[in-house]
Write a protein that binds this ligand. Sequence first.
Ligand code: SF4
Length: 121
Amino acid sequence: MIRTWLGELFERFTRKVPVERSHKPLPPHPANVPGTFYVEDGCCISCGVWEDVAPDLLAWLPDGSYSHCFVARQPETDEELSRMMDAMHFAEVDCIRARSCRPDWAERLRNAGLGDQIDPD
Ligand code: SF4
């Protein structure tokens, strides 16, 4: 009896449940510079976590409100891509996204678990 109960409990907590994302990408914030990476408009909770990893790639809006960040410069090197990926990982609401991504960079994003943050072509 207890063995059955423990078995059911184990199965319940180890069952692989497909994760469905409810998040639909918002349009890019108009302050983003053109290019692959962008911050969605209207998503911001002012997490600011990118300041530690990519302060040269993202920036706060210049109004001094800390109300939204945007992509201020696109990554150009693998090292800069790595830091943009760190910002994507740490951003609290998956608000940094990629579109029309170079195939090798898209593969890096997918391999790092960031595939959901690539827009479909
Ligand atoms: S990464 Fe997202 S939540 Fe964090 S400051 Fe930028 S827009 Fe706001």
